[in-house]
Design a protein. Structure first.
Ligand SMILES: [Zn+2]
Ligand SMILES: [Zn+2]
Length: 150
């Protein structure tokens, strides 16, 4: 679907309801309308720049554009483009954790949760292959039975 070609910033501007030749930045709209309306005192009705179905007198239009429901919808739509890109949150937990695996840093702050997690992982036979785990179980059983005989 080939639409009309606009310059990238074209849609950032709002067409002035008083004079379609005027293109206004949304943030400047209220200021512009206040000034521009003075030149259009004689005109009867003007169209809302956000919805051409909204027809108001010059005086009413100045207040309408502030409350127009289509304006808030438009600005909600545009807002994400104007926000700076979200910076990735530094994941301190992951860094701290990976450092603790390889070495024992002289930690000035003792972190019990990190210690517990580490201790748990070491005891957990998850990494061992099934055969090794079975072998371990067998040897433990044997050791237990041998101890019982004493
Ligand atoms: Zn204007
Ligand atoms: Zn409107």
């Amino acid at each position: 679907m080939a639409g009309p070609r606009y310059s990238p910033n074209f849609e950032e501007y709002i067409v002035c309801p008083f004079d379609s030749a005027h293109r206004i930045m949304p943030v400047r709209l209220s200021y512009h309308l206040t000034r521009c309306a003075k030149n259009f005192q004689a005109s009867k009705m003007v169209r809302c720049p956000f919805n051409s179905c909204h027809l108001h007198s010059v005086g009413d239009m100045q207040t309408h554009v502030i409350d127009c429901p289509d304006r808030s919808a438009l600005e909600r739509y545009k807002l994400p483009d104007k926000l700076p890109p979200v910076e990735p949150q530094p994941c301190n937990f992951t860094v701290e954790c990976s450092e603790d695996w390889d070495s024992e840093p002289p930690a000035p702050t003792y972190n019990p949760s990190t210690y517990c997690e580490k201790a748990f992982i070491i005891r957990n036979p998850q990494g061992a292959p099934p055969a090794a785990r079975r072998e371990f179980r067998e040897s433990e059983k044997k050791r237990f039975q041998e101890n019982k005989e004493f």
